[in-house]
Design a protein around this ligand. Structure first.
Ligand code: SF4
Length: 93
């Protein structure tokens, strides 16, 4: 086994310390990107239906406390009207 000089040891251990310090921040960004939702503007969300297509019959809709109250969406951020609509509408099967 090759012996490391003190300088070599400090150089290599410094990289480990930097990697350990940076890794949590990188992982947090990756996790946020994986869980972040689209903005309402980016999917052209509107609070009125597009014919029969509306959030209440979209597979991504998360209903509010009552049927006619705003709820949420699995893929779009913010409050979502059951009578709303956006460009990534997907009917429930
Ligand atoms: S994907 Fe669009 S249409 Fe479907 S529930 Fe979310 S905001 Fe409404």
């Amino acid at each position: 086994m090759q012996k490391l000089t003190r300088r070599e040891w400090f150089k290599s251990s410094g990289k480990v310390v930097i990697a350990a310090a940076v890794a949590p921040a990188v992982l947090a960004n990756v996790a946020e990107a994986a869980t972040s939702k689209a903005t309402q503007a980016s999917v052209q969300y509107v609070t009125h239906p597009n014919g029969k297509e509306m959030c209440s019959n979209c597979k991504f809709f998360i209903p509010g406390a009552k049927a006619n109250e705003d709820g949420g969406c699995k893929v779009v951020a913010g409050k979502i009207s059951p009578r709303g609509y956006c460009t990534i509408y997907m009917p429930k099967k």
